[in-house]
Design a protein around this ligand. Structure first.
Ligand code: CP
Length: 310
């Protein structure tokens, strides 16, 4: 059997492999019907240690459309809670064809991968959200099919897992990414990702948010507080400090008034914080198309990873 290919981050994927996957995702999106039945008789295990709407629904619906089956596993209701992650992962991989996991810690995901004999897909950890970034770029490609590589993407927000995966995928595909990230802790930054982007000259930083959006074709924002902390009373003080610091960077009509930039957000949205409700619903918002594209991206990832894995 050939070596198992995983999608933990884009670090283990060459520029050519990422380009090929993106082209395949476009093909899957345009030819949905070709792939019905493609995963017949195969199962996907979906392990969640954190909440989700899009990741769960798109993977489960995607697997259904492909003719396969998806099994939802809540970490707290499974014996991952009690045992060693690699042992549980080894068992899981003996019963399913592919595993998607949303774990809190990247290190735990690597342990799961070490135990698994089938492909493991990162459904968002503290460091990366690769599936989201594929859907994001798929959205830009569908929106600007003729010149997507020349488009400028501007990420405004906290430097987080979404930013890291955007840095990696834009580097691989040659898309320019400007980061406006007033909060960027050492723990959230992945040096290898930035080095890849620097080598390809696809990354720059800007502190003046108005200047950043004036050159942008797509303005992308994300929550200022990670999902697991949003309603956590222990995180309340930090949440309030973040809101105060980040409010001048809110994506709103005033910020974008002299630009034609389209607006992106990976969702869930916290309207009134990182973005205003009117921006989400404005004509320039492609947010709901972006979320819809998760389905096609997940299907492309599942099919590609299982291509050489019987
Ligand atoms: N963007 C995203 O991953 O959405 P969920 O957290 O709802 O899965």
């Amino acid at each position: 059997m050939s070596q198992v290919k995983h999608l933990i981050s884009w670090q283990d994927w060459s520029d050519g492999e990422i380009q090929e996957l993106l082209e395949f995702a476009v093909y899957v999106k345009k030819n949905r019907v070709y792939f019905s039945g493609h995963m017949a008789g195969r199962s996907l295990a979906m392990l969640f240690q954190k909440t989700s709407t899009r990741t769960r629904v798109s993977f489960e619906a995607g697997m259904t459309e492909l003719g396969g089956h998806a099994i939802f596993l809540d970490w707290m209701a499974s014996n991952f809670l009690l045992s060693d992650i690699d042992f549980e992962g080894k068992y899981l991989s003996s019963n399913v064809a592919v595993i998607m996991a949303r774990l809190k810690k990247h290190e735990d995901l690597l342990v799961l991968k070490s135990g698994s004999t089938v492909p493991v897909i990162n459904g968002c950890c503290n460091l990366f959200h690769p599936c989201q970034s594929l859907a994001d770029i798929l959205t830009i490609v569908m929106d600007s099919p003729n010149d997507w590589q020349k488009k400028n993407l501007c990420y405004i927000g906290v430097h987080n897992n979404v930013a890291n995966s955007l840095i990696e995928i834009t580097a691989a595909l040659g898309i320019h990414l400007t980061l406006v990230t007033p909060i960027a802790s050492d723990e959230s930054i992945v040096k290898a990702s930035i080095d890849r982007a620097k080598k390809k000259a696809t990354i720059s930083w800007e502190t003046d948010v108005k200047k950043a959006v004036s050159n942008a074709d797509y303005v992308y924002t994300d929550t200022w507080v990670d999902m697991e902390f949003f309603n956590d009373p222990k995180f309340q003080k930090e949440k309030e400090e973040r809101i105060q610091l980040m409010m001048p960077y809110q994506v709103n009509a005033e910020l974008l008034k002299n630009t034609k930039a389209k607006v992106m957000h990976d969702m869930p949205i916290h309207a009134g914080y990182e973005i205003t409700r009117d921006m989400v619903q404005s004509e320039r918002s492609i947010i709901f198309t972006q979320a819809e594209n998760r389905l096609d991206a997940q299907k492309a990832i599942i099919i590609k990873l299982l291509e050489n894995h019987s």
